[in-house]
Design a protein around this ligand. Structure first.
Ligand code: FMN
Length: 147
């Protein structure tokens, strides 16, 4: 069975998830946004939070949309303003996941993500796995067993 993890990560939690899934045989496809997000916290929260709140889709760098050969796809996203990150909105817009076995892993500072969960349930009828900043709390990675 071929498995693929497609994810966006700005601050490294998603990368921890990718390391774990790579050990389990997943192929990894990291998404890069063309939007330049500020490094310092407040401007980042303002710009990123606003783009997430308004459901923006980031333009992506060289995003490979070919998923034909994979049996299972896992999508990873940080939670911004309780929602999916704008790069993830773009990923979901570009991929046809309808007939795929798809799962979602969200990384959030609080371990919660109500709006993002609602969207995933509405669009894909799935319950995401939510990790509380696994870069800081590696024990959270144990939740990946549910995949
Ligand atoms: C712009 C922005 C908005 C965020 N909004 C939320 C939020 O609404 N709720 C939350 O729990 N964490 C929020 N966070 C924290 C991230 O979800 C958390 O740090 C996550 O682990 C980041 O994943 P990454 O390191 O893979 O980018 C936000 C972070 C950023 C940069």
């Amino acid at each position: 069975m071929k498995t693929l993890f497609i994810y966006y990560s700005l601050t490294g939690s998603g990368d921890r998830v990718a390391e774990e899934l790579k050990k389990r045989g997943y192929e990894i496809r990291k998404v890069k946004s063309k939007i330049k997000y500020p490094k310092s916290l407040l401007p980042l929260m303002a710009k990123g939070g606003y783009r997430a709140l308004t459901n923006k889709k980031d333009p992506l760098e060289d995003f490979d949309t070919d998923i034909v050969k994979y049996d299972k796809i896992v999508i990873g996203s940080p939670v911004w303003d309780d929602r999916l990150a704008p790069a993830t909105n773009a990923v979901l817009d570009k991929l046809d996941l309808k007939d795929k076995d798809v799962s979602f892993i969200l990384c959030s500072g609080s371990g919660q993500a109500e709006k993002a969960t609602e969207k995933i349930k509405d669009l894909y009828n799935k319950e995401p796995i939510i990790l509380k900043s696994p870069k800081k709390y590696p024990k959270e990675l144990e939740k990946l067993k549910k995949l």
